[in-house]
Write a protein that binds this ligand. Structure first.
Ligand SMILES: Cc1cc2nc3c(=O)[nH]c(=O)nc-3n(C[C@H](O)[C@H](O)[C@H](O)COP(=O)(O)OP(=O)(O)OC[C@H]3O[C@@H](n4cnc5c(N)ncnc54)[C@H](O)[C@@H]3O)c2cc1C
Length: 384
């Protein structure tokens, strides 16, 4: 094999890695290489619900989502092609005990420039006449929320990054990160050593496998996360708004082909191996989810289960993402631990990674609150 050298190697060809590749490739003269063990988008990305909303509690994550929503909306102009952007709007509903939290979150979103406002129970009924509203203490509306096609978006970013000069090596497994005197010098792969002074890990639930030998792991947990699709009954054929329901714990949105997709806002904490897990969904989960959705949209009690699958959430010790440098190792960066919100954040995360690597500082969003250094990391092996 001839010697391969890049300025930046991105490990992982999911939505986050392809977004980082796109943003880095836009900078003229940067040799970007993406290394992916499977096909592009074959990890968590292909199983994603790909719902895009700004309604997140953590200010840095919310800000990333606000910037990313704009990016998805202007995809054709920025990237070219399509990501399948479909606006749905989002209504977040809260019972009395969580009303103050929703008011606070919505005020924070507004301060961050998000298109979100508190609405009344009557407004919910006007927006969604089929919804049950008598148990709603407070609601918030985010009209700019929507969903994308996760694989199309990933392929579209990768195609544009290639046009801009990035190289992609799929079917290539990264075995380890090569460090010399405390700085990255490349990666060891199944096709040999690839040299670079910057490596970005966009490897979701697999990230700690590469960090552990460097004694710098995040402490990621991999949890199973099921989603299900239902055929909407005739009286909801025209569709509905997306809902995040803090009373029932269900998050659901309309999908294409007359389907409604739903998930639990907090899936059960079942530890999983990202290389081998049961992708099927349990009938008990489907029945429970349908009941929760029907508690808000009663007509959904008559919906027919169409299909479902399980994917993996990569969760950090505090359930918030990691975006930034790996402490103690010059040239090593990580963007992982997105759990169930990585799609909504990916365009801005990629921009921040590009800025961190090339300029030393993220400007699109201040991601210092998401630095890995917030977790206690062990001593880093300087000559691993
Ligand atoms: C069921 C489900 C529903 C979801 N719904 C939503 C949603 O509605 N909205 C939202 O915002 N988010 C959602 N998410 C979360 C979102 O999909 C993820 O956060 C996002 O796809 C993560 O992208 P990624 O690029 O970080 O990871 P991945 O897509 O997993 O990509 C990582 C890649 O790294 C590769 N890799 C790993 N190790 C190596 C190695 N050693 N060498 C080479 N390659 C390697 C893997 O093969 C993989 O392709 C959902 C997740 C699940 C599971």
């Amino acid at each position: 094999m001839s010697r391969i050298i890049a300025d930046v190697i991105i490990v992982g060809g999911g939505i986050v890695g392809c977004s980082a590749a796109f943003h880095l490739a836009r900078r003229k003269g940067t040799r970007v290489l993406v290394v992916e063990k499977g096909p592009l988008g074959s990890g968590t990305t292909k199983r994603s619900g790909a719902f895009v909303r700004a309604a997140h509690a953590h200010p840095a994550e919310a800000r990333l989502a606000v910037e990313s929503t704009k990016f998805f909306q202007r995809w054709k102009e920025i990237v070219g092609g399509s990501c399948g952007w479909t606006p749905t709007g989002l209504i977040v509903v809260a019972p009395a005990e969580h009303a103050a939290r929703l008011r606070e979150q919505t005020a924070q979103l507004q301060a961050l420039g998000a298109d979100a406002q508190i609405i009344s129970r009557g407004d919910v009924r006007d927006l969604q006449p089929a919804a049950r509203v008598d148990d709603i203490a407070l609601a918030a509306h985010e009209p700019s929320a929507g969903f994308v096609d996760p694989v199309l978006a990933t392929q579209s970013l990768a195609a544009r990054a290639k046009e801009l000069g990035a190289t992609f090596k799929t079917g290539t497994m990264v075995k380890s990160i090569r460090i010399e005197y405390g700085r990255v010098v490349g990666i060891e792969t199944n096709i040999g050593l690839i040299e670079a002074l910057n490596v970005v890990l966009c490897t979701s639930a697999w990230t700690d496998r590469l960090l552990k030998p460097l004694k710098a792991e995040i402490g990621l947990r991999a949890h199973c996360a099921p989603i299900a699709f239902f055929d909407r009954p005739a009286d909801l054929r025209a569709g509905h708004c997306a809902f995040e329901d803090w009373t029932t714990g269900a998050l659901f949105r309309p999908h294409t082909f007359g389907l409604t997709m739903g998930a639990l806002n907090t899936p059960p904490a079942d530890d999983a191996n990202p290389d081998s897990f049961d992708e099927a969904v349990a009938p008990a989960f489907v029945a429970d989810l349908q009941q929760r959705i029907a508690a808000r949209l009663p007509a959904m009690a008559n919906a027919r289960y169409a299909r479902g699958h399980t994917g993996i959430y990569d969760l950090t010790p505090d359930d918030h993402a990691v975006v930034g440098r790996v402490p103690g190792i010059t040239g090593l960066f990580v963007a992982a631990g997105f759990g169930g919100i990585g799609f909504a954040l990916a365009p801005a995360v990629g921009a921040c990674i590009g800025e961190l690597v090339a300029d030393g500082e993220a400007r699109t969003v201040d991601v210092r609150a998401l630095e890995m250094a917030r977790f206690k990391t062990r001593d880093v092996l300087r000559d691993a």
